[in-house]
Design a protein. Structure first.
Ligand code: GLC
Length: 572
């Protein structure tokens, strides 16, 4: 079973930019249109193999225009923070035009910026200013589905069954004499049916369309060459502006099983699916990734990272063959409990999954779809429990950054932010409504970041009413406060990223495990001799031999305390 991200809600409609829906099936050969930007370092084609990538959730990072929602101007204003942190790249959750039914993961124009976040000029400025600081910029691409406000979908609604307009999506007649039953038994990842019936232009009950996620997110049909051509145009659109790559949403879901066979409802769970679920992980997906790769390869230094919820190691590896995705998110570490067995198994499996194809492993402790690690590791939500969660999150940062491959950090993790328990009336994640108020959704991990000062909104915005309310007690967690404190989580992040970047000990694609006392694990980078030891227990343990580079918590009489990790240089 792979946990699949949550989701959905509906929101106010945003106006569309209406483009011609007709796309030249043979787009002009690349090179004849003028480029306005270039990737940060076209000579460095492999930087993504060992990078630190910071995920910005734009609504929650920084607000520059006082509407209480983060935006591109806010990100530009805070680039100094990212430079100080030392990250190689940022990945922006979607900023394309969207009615925001799923906070940007429902795109109505993939080649425009939503006015909530700014405009193309602001994006160009962000890319230029990030590049000037040696930081690459990756966009979030949502190819699996569009918004219901995408001109293609509105055209499909007013066209006939069987028309070219409908063939860009999965429109089918219903089952039963009157077509009142959905075309198959698929359920949405967010619960409820994966099909919605439309009313035909003449007012009669009509066909059904497929949406693996919310009804506001109709799935595209990648068997239609126009859909592929449009994606290629979108890739070039952003790459030509100098963007350095893409995070690809639902990368394992772009192709559906031929004939759309029924799924096994006995194993179906909300937010979860198996590798052989006909909704996901179908063989046809690989041809799409090869098309994407061919275009991205025209832009030296650009990369892709796919959201691939596939458990089986060899099937996962197939997405990372040299002509497909550069990187695939491996969510095992983000799902592992704070136990030696789970952490070690997550690491071993993640390394094994990529070894066969020579792709680097990826690591993440959290993202916008899951609980923040401080809360995930906290034994309970008392202040003492959260303090333990913070210790464990700091320790796991050292584990993550000691591993070979590419590390993804979710904004706010560097401040040790916990999930926030929000009151019912402010919940904005569609999961809350769609689950009949049984699942609270992902808002708790999306509360805006605290930057400075003693009262909310802590410099996030000039507007006291932020899109999600900020806890009154976050004054001690602001960037300003943590910069002054050498023991803060922010200081630990800065030091750890700096060491990882500069020290030769962080070399080598493999790790060797050390024997370690119960409740502990220790491994060494095969070439560079960096040793990382983690103590998940509660009593201090002796350190492996070597010079201490960094600890997540002060040593106790030269020993590593519980819920802590250390980096050492072993000397041989
Ligand atoms: C991905 C995103 C998630 C979104 C879903 C539908 O899983 O990470 O936030 O809701 O796709 O686009």
């Amino acid at each position: 079973m792979s946990p699949t991200p949550n989701i959905v809600r509906s929101a106010a409609a945003a106006p569309n930019i209406v483009r011609s829906a007709a796309v030249d099936p043979q787009p002009p050969a690349h090179g004849i249109r003028p480029r306005t930007g270039t990737q940060l370092d076209p000579d460095d084609r492999d930087w993504w193999r060992q990078a630190v990538v910071y995920q910005v959730y734009p609504r929650s990072f920084a607000d520059s225009n006082g509407d209480g929602v983060g935006d591109l101007g806010g990100i530009i204003a805070k680039l100094g923070h990212l430079e100080l942190l030392g990250v190689d790249a940022v990945w922006l959750s979607p900023v394309m035009r969207s009615p925001m039914a799923d906070h940007g993961y429902d795109v109505s124009d993939p080649r425009a910026i939503d006015p909530l976040f700014g405009d193309l000029a602001a994006l160009d400025r962000l890319v230029a200013e990030a590049h000037a600081r040696d930081i690459r910029v990756a966009m979030d691409l949502v190819p699996n589905h569009t918004s219901i406000e995408h001109p293609w979908f509105t055209a499909a609604l007013s066209a006939r069954p069987g028309s070219a307009e409908r063939s860009r999506y999965h429109f089918h007649d219903g089952r039963g004499a009157d077509g009142s039953q959905p075309p198959n038994n698929w359920v949405s990842v967010f619960g409820g049916p994966a099909w919605t019936r439309i009313t035909e232009p003449d007012g009669t009950p009509g066909q059904w369309y497929l949406h693996l996620f919310a009804p506001e997110q109709p799935d595209l049909d990648f068997d239609n060459p126009e859909v592929v051509a449009d994606l290629e145009e979108t890739l070039r659109f952003w790459l030509d502006r100098g963007v350095d790559g893409f995070r690809i949403d639902v990368a394992h879901g772009l192709a559906k099983a031929p004939g759309l066979p029924d799924m096994d409802l006995a194993v179906a769970q909300v937010l979860r699916h198996t590798d052989d679920d006909p909704r996901f992980n179908n063989a046809g997906v690989h041809a799409i990734h090869r098309r994407i790769r061919a275009i991205v390869d025209e832009y030296p230094g650009a990369f892709t990272v796919g959201e691939v919820w596939v458990d089986d190691n060899s099937q996962f590896a197939a997405y990372l063959r040299p002509d497909e995705l550069h990187l695939g998110f491996n969510f095992r570490l983000a799902m592992a409990a704070f136990t030696v067995d789970e952490i070690r198994s997550a690491i071993e499996n993640s390394l094994a999954a990529v070894a066969a194809v020579g792709a680097p492993p990826t690591w993440a402790l959290s993202n916008h779809d899951v609980f923040r690690e401080v809360t995930r590791y906290a034994p309970d939500d008392s202040p003492a429990g959260v303090a333990t969660g913070t210790d464990r999150a700091r320790a796991m940062l050292l584990v993550e950054l000691a591993l070979p491959g590419t590390a993804f950090l979710y904004n706010g993790a560097e401040l040790g932010l916990p999930n926030v328990e929000l009151p019912d009336e402010v919940l904005a994640d569609p999961v809350w409504e769609r689950s009949g108020h049984t699942a609270r959704g992902r808002d708790g991990a999306r509360v805006p970041l605290p930057w400075e000062g003693d009262i909310a909104p802590f410099g996030f915005s000039t507007n006291p009413k932020t899109w999600l309310p900020m806890p009154a007690n976050w004054a001690g967690l602001t960037v300003e406060r943590q910069l002054e404190d050498v023991y803060s989580t922010l200081s630990l992040y800065r030091r750890a990223i700096e060491l990882r970047y500069h020290r030769a000990e962080f070399r080598g694609d493999e790790i060797d495990w050390y024997g370690a006392p119960a409740g502990c694990l220790a491994f060494r980078r095969s070439t560079g001799n960096l040793v990382c030891a983690l103590n998940t227990g509660s009593t201090p343990v002796s350190l492996p031999p070597g010079e201490v580079l960094l600890t997540s918590k002060p040593l106790v009489d030269g020993r590593l305390p519980g819920n802590a990790a250390v980096w050492l240089v072993s000397g041989h």
